[in-house]
Design a protein around this ligand. Structure first.
Ligand code: G1P
Length: 299
């Protein structure tokens, strides 16, 4: 029998500097909009979805961004690159504010890209970043989950990571009739909004172990790579990250963090529209007019 590494038996937690963004999916839930445009580039008011998630990572102290792309995703690379033509045009026209805005996210962090050649699952997308991540803890952020929070969700999770020195997964309570859409954890409450995970199941079709659903933020120890190697294909014939975490649980403790903030499933039409309305109502350029328009609808 293997004994789990307890937090106290481990040394000081290593600083988390890298974040992985799986972005190779086809975005079928958004067809035909996503036939020629990556779903990660769909705008939430005036910024592409992926930029919100990268800003969350940067605001949490992440320095290196690793994006897993695929066929038809070059717009993502272009977005985070410098566009000399656009910049010289903005300079010429004296649009300093816009110039600063488009440059900021390119300059704040470094970017590396790797391609997932086949849609073999979220676990596989993480697995192929092994050499880029190397032997360090890292974060995985899913662009479909947009989290509006005072303290960035990733930062809230890092606080717990620094205490427990183990993998930490974001969770949120969902209605029981929605648990089949998520990875679901079973855990023992060890503090406010904090659980020590005892089991995890990917999209349980019946008997979910709880109503705590996994949301797309994971702080992972490098041990996950060994677990991914040992894990067999799961739901949908894909290598599931949830299944690899279950394997990791055999040797390491894993915690769950019920973060504070509003989460939108921007990978879904309704969630995407809700996010646009909510972020629009907070946007200084349009909030007053949008509010007036929504009131005028008299639904
Ligand atoms: C993925 C994970 C699932 C998690 C979800 C969060 O599923 O496999 O465990 O609950 O993200 O958004 P997907 O929504 O990509 O099918």
């Amino acid at each position: 029998m293997t004994t789990k590494k307890s937090p106290s038996s481990k040394s000081k937690p290593k600083k988390i500097k890298k974040a992985v963004f799986p972005a190779a999916g086809f975005g079928t839930r958004f067809l035909p909009a996503t036939k020629a445009i990556p779903k990660e580039m769909l705008p939430l008011v005036d910024k592409p979805l992926i930029q919100y998630v990268i800003e969350e990572a940067a605001d949490s102290g992440i320095e290196e961004i690793i994006i897993v792309t695929g066929m038809g995703k070059t717009a993502i690379e272009d977005h985070f690159d410098i566009s000399f033509e656009l910049e010289s045009l903005l300079k010429e026209k004296g649009k300093k504010q816009l110039l600063k805005m488009i440059r900021e996210i390119s300059d704040r962090v470094t970017y590396a890209y790797t391609r997932q050649k086949q849609p073999l699952g979220l676990g596989h997308a993480v697995q192929i970043t092994k050499n880029l991540v190397s032997d360090e803890p890292f974060v995985v952020l899913l662009g479909d989950d947009i989290i509006d929070a005072k303290v960035p969700a990733t930062k809230q999770m890092m606080k717990l990571y620094n205490k427990v020195n183990a993998s930490v997964i974001a969770v949120q309570k969902v209605p029981k009739n929605q648990t089949h859409l998520y990875g679901v954890i079973q855990g023992e409450k060890v503090g406010p909004g904090t659980y020590r995970i005892t089991d995890l199941v990917e999209k349980p079709q019946k008997n979910p172990p709880s109503n705590l659903a996994i949301i797309g933020r994971y702080i992972l120890t490098p041990g996950i790579f060994k677990s991914l190697e040992k894990t067999k294909k799961g739901r949908g014939g894909e290598l599931q990250l949830t299944d690899a975490l279950r394997t990791l649980l055999e040797t390491e403790e894993i915690y769950a963090c019920e973060f504070e903030g509003d989460r939108y499933d921007a990978g879904d039409k309704l969630g995407f529209l809700k996010a646009n309305i909510s972020y629009g109502l907070k946007h200084s350029d349009i909030s007053t007019d949008l509010k007036r328009f929504l009131k005028s609808l008299k639904l």
